[in-house]
Design a protein around this ligand. Structure first.
Ligand code: FAD
Length: 405
């Protein structure tokens, strides 16, 4: 990839070619083709900036990072030191950490701020977008409405929940994860920990001035409790009190209920029944983190999509995330199974079964039990054998121009 990123654009390769699988998803294709790397570099921190909006497809393995990067190198002139390459590397870093710490990412990686007590529940005023602080209320409404938040808005919301409302980062992380279309346990929970200072050296804080620089008018919070200097907010974050808010917000919104299984409208007769599979037939198993159809399908293979419900009982999803994932999974497959995937052990026994590994609990155990060939998901950057403690260490050693490549 170092070679690819250093590549000079060849005028002969300028005619854009989009892989067939990507063309089949017009929304993804449009977003990819709209990427403007120069504008991204200039504006990505602004809520109206030229961010890509590709994360739902990346998180669900429809468009793996190495393929997206290769396409952007070729057709958009992405370079190794570009901000966008750096952001893709953050994703790879978080997944490296997940690989090293496993379920340890669900607990504080470091102790965090000494002596601070965090509440075990999200206040109703945050959950219902009625804190009276527009930055927070608009973020919550946007999250529920679209399943997407700009990175800066995610940081503000997380910082507000943890440092000003004094809620346990894990509670906030689980809540946000349930509503994001791109919900990714590593990127989400480690980002919350980064904000909380349990995966970084200091708490991430923000104030009204920071919002004023990066957000449109309806997000502004001048004149609220966030209109304070950083020393004051730091003292609040490290102290025993919490910010006073609530009561002045607009109409409360209801949180869309996270669902432990797909809404009935997305299901078809037979989805809950294990399929009958002819002896000798190869099976390719797809799942919610592997939504792309196999590039080279073994002759006559059955492509079987699996939604393993025990996982989703632990980490339920919003209806719109199901709406994003299920039709795409169905489209990539010949058959879909929605249920407890251990029920597939018998129909798959004795067959060649190919699947891609995932680290989500439940899937993590059941896929190796069913598959005879388990493949690693494609990575852009190396996955070092020992834990890289920080992103800068990871980037300098294993980034596209890293010393250890
Ligand atoms: C509190 C918090 C929670 C987050 N939760 C998630 C999550 O559940 N899933 C998720 O994919 N990202 C998460 N992120 C990271 C980041 O906010 C999103 O990846 C990004 O906003 C997605 O929008 P985009 O595709 O327009 O990003 P762009 O800015 O266009 O970036 C392109 C791609 O790079 C990757 N990327 C960009 N920024 C980051 C980052 N900081 N960390 C990791 N990868 C990044 C994503 O794959 C993204 O699609 C979280 C960040 C914070 C602060």
């Amino acid at each position: 990839m170092r070679e690819q990123l250093a590549l000079q654009i060849d005028p002969a390769s300028q005619a854009e070619v989009l892989p067939e699988a990507w063309q089949a998803d017009p929304l993804f294709a449009a977003r990819l083709q709209a990427v403007d790397v120069a504008a991204y570099g200039r504006s990505r921190n602004h809520l109206d900036g030229a961010v890509t909006g590709l994360s739902p497809w990346i998180s669900h393995g429809f468009a793996p990072v190495p393929q997206v990067v290769a396409w952007l190198v070729r057709y958009r002139g992405l370079r190794a030191r570009h901000k966008l390459a750096y952001e893709f590397a953050w994703r790879e870093f978080f997944h490296h950490v997940w690989g090293q710490l496993g379920d340890g990412i669900l607990e504080s990686v470091r102790p965090g701020l000494a002596g601070v007590r965090y509440a075990p529940e999200l206040p109703a005023s945050v959950r219902e977008a009625r804190t009276g602080i527009p930055t927070v209320d608009v973020a919550v409404r946007t999250l529920y409405h679209s399943g997407y938040l700009h990175n800066h808005a995610r940081m503000w919301l997380a910082a507000f929940v943890v440092h000003y409302a004094k809620v346990d980062w894990r509670v906030g992380a689980d809540w946000m994860l349930a509503h994001l279309l791109d919900g990714d346990l590593a990127a989400n929970h480690l980002s919350w920990q980064w904000v909380a200072a349990t995966f970084s050296r200091k708490p991430y804080l923000f104030n009204a001035e920071n919002v004023a620089r990066h957000a449109p008018p309806e997000w502004q919070c001048a004149g609220t409790a966030l209109d304070a200097d950083y020393a004051t907010l730091d003292a609040l974050a490290r102290g025993s009190g919490r910010m006073l808010f609530g009561g002045r917000g607009g109409e409360p919104v209801s949180e869309p209920p996270p669902l432990a299984c797909p809404p009935p409208a997305l299901l078809q007769a037979g989805d809950g029944l294990p399929p009958c599979i002819e002896k000798g037939r190869t099976v390719v198993l797809l799942h919610p983190w592997h939504l792309r159809p196999p590039a080279r399908k073994p002759g006559g293979a059955l492509v079987l999509g699996v939604v393993h419900l025990p996982f989703h009982r632990q980490f339920p999803w919003s209806a719109q995330r199901w709406q994003f994932v299920l039709p795409r999974l169905r489209r990539a497959c010949d058959r879909l199974f929605v249920g407890d995937a251990t029920m597939l052990a018998l129909p798959l026994a004795g067959r060649r079964v190919i699947a891609e590994r995932v680290r989500y609990a439940g899937y993590r155990e059941v896929l190796p039990a069913l598959a005879t060939e388990l493949r690693d998901p494609p990575r852009w950057l190396p996955d070092p054998p020992r834990l890289c403690e920080s992103f800068s260490q990871f980037w300098s050693r294993y980034g596209p121009e890293g010393r250890r490549r």
